[in-house]
Design a protein around this ligand. Structure first.
Ligand code: SAM
Length: 423
């Protein structure tokens, strides 16, 4: 048998067989997850302590403030255990990690690596189907504060169990690597897996993130829970989202107002969002019963494109609300910038997060320069010229971290086409 040893972060992993999955390209994914978990566990602990204090103060029995906060993490598909071991050694505040895998060889490897890295106190192993294990932790006192889902391909089969076995305000970390499905190569497969039709468009990477977020939200909603995205990343050949999960039936009613259908013009490649509508207070309505009626938030997008009169393709639904929490992202970025020695991929994380922070949050999806100009067979205008033209017309502009050639702007598509005509 082949013996390999791999060093990443503070972990050293021994691999005795090549039957256990290890992907060096995912170091960025693991580094980023450690940075996110560091800030998240800090916040979670502080929130929990505050809750405990309030509880003790309001209790008539004058109870002592509980200063213990358990931070438990489940890595549901652990393979070598590398991720769990790195979390144990590199994320502060953790009380317990469960490293699970269905494969007995994988669990043997995880066990050896736990000993090799001297993290027996923090990591427990489990050999089980990820869903079965999560269902066994549905009761709120058994739930995990964070659950990491890093499967091969599509994560959707694990979501029903995951959204039920996560603590109130807990963090779900989800990877999807089936980019062909999410990026529009097989829209009907995307519908059956994620409940949304993908489209082959210039902005398919951000659309993939928004399809995954929509999918997690719909799973959460079944149990009166909802998500709040902290950070959503497209990188290499995968996407990765970090979302908090909360409970509240009233909040679930707001889900439709965070979703949109996507109209994609087959002629000029233009994209128009059709908001799904939602319960919005209507200040001009006198009848209180009608005040909060279900309102469409925009007139229906037509069958034909307003720019070129060609037919639309219909995709979605996608998550159309913000996909990052700006304040949270800034804190993760500051942490990585102040401690670059902690992360092998610190430079890349800092670069990506700096772009993420600048993204226009109220503008889902984006144009790309090559596609815009390719459609009209013109040489591509320099990015800077396009950006200043949009800014001069009074519209905000940003990049998306998901594409180097991207332009996010709230400008109507007619304005963008007018700028192209002047070129
Ligand atoms: N998270 C790991 C990392 O960062 O190195 C990589 C995980 S690997 C992509 C996927 C793993 O999931 C494999 O080791 C496989 O044995 C395991 N697996 C597949 N289906 C599973 C299931 N239903 N329950 C638990 N583990 C499963």
């Amino acid at each position: 048998t082949k013996h390999t040893s791999i060093k990443e972060g503070k972990a050293e992993i021994l691999l005795k067989t090549d039957q256990v999955f290890y992907n060096p390209v995912q170091e960025f994914n693991r580094d980023l997850s450690i940075a996110v978990l560091t800030i998240f566990t800090n916040d979670y602990k502080a929130e929990q302590l505050e809750k405990n204090e309030k509880f003790a103060k309001n209790s008539k029995y004058k109870e002592k403030v509980d200063t213990e906060v358990d931070i438990t993490i489940l890595e549901a598909l652990s393979a070598t255990g590398l991720r769990s071991i790195r979390y144990a050694k590199e994320v502060p505040n953790i009380t317990k990690i469960v490293a699970n895998d269905l494969s007995p060889q994988a669990v043997d490897t995880i066990k050896e690596n736990i000993v090799h890295n001297d993290v027996k106190d923090l990591i427990e192993t489990s050999q089980d189907d990820a869903c079965m294990l999560m269902y066994k932790h549905k009761q709120y006192w058994k739930r995990f504060v964070a659950i990491d889902l890093d499967p091969y391909g599509c994560p959707s089969v694990f979501l029903d169990a995951a959204v039920q076995s996560i603590q109130e305000g807990g963090l779900l970390l989800v990877t999807a690597t089936d980019m062909a499905v999410l990026a529009g190569n097989t829209p009907e497969t995307c519908y059956s897996k994620y409940g949304a039709i993908s489209l082959k468009t210039k902005c398919c990477h951000e659309m993939a993130l928004r399809i995954l977020l929509q999918c997690i939200e719909s799973h959460a909603n079944r149990y009166s829970r909802y998500i709040v995205p902290l950070l959503s990343i497209s990188a290499d050949f995968y996407i990765r989202v970090f979302v908090r999960v909360f409970t509240g039936a009233i909040h679930c009613k707001k889900t439709t107002s965070k979703l949109a259908m996507v109209y994609h013009c087959t002629g000029c490649d233009n994209i128009t969002l059709q908001p799904m509508g939602g319960f919005k207070p209507n200040p001009t309505e006198k009848n209180p019963a009608q005040m909060k009626a279900y309102l469409p938030t925009a007139p229906p997008v037509g069958e034909f494109c307003v720019n070129c009169n060609q037919r639309h393709h219909l995709g979605g639904p996608i998550w159309s609300a913000p996909i990052h929490d700006e304040i949270f992202v800034t804190r993760v970025l500051t942490h990585v910038e102040n401690n670059p020695e902690l992360f092998g991929t610190a430079k890349r994380i800092a670069g990506v997060l700096a772009m993420v922070r600048e993204e226009l949050q109220d503008v889902p999806l984006y144009y790309t320069m090559d596609r815009l100009f390719g459609r009209v067979h013109l040489e591509t205008m320099p990015m800077l010229v396009m950006r200043s033209a949009l800014l001069n017309s009074g519209y905000k502009v940003s990049y998306s971290h998901a594409s180097r050639m991207s332009i996010k702007t709230a400008a109507p598509s007619q304005v963008v086409w007018d700028i192209i005509r002047t070129w």
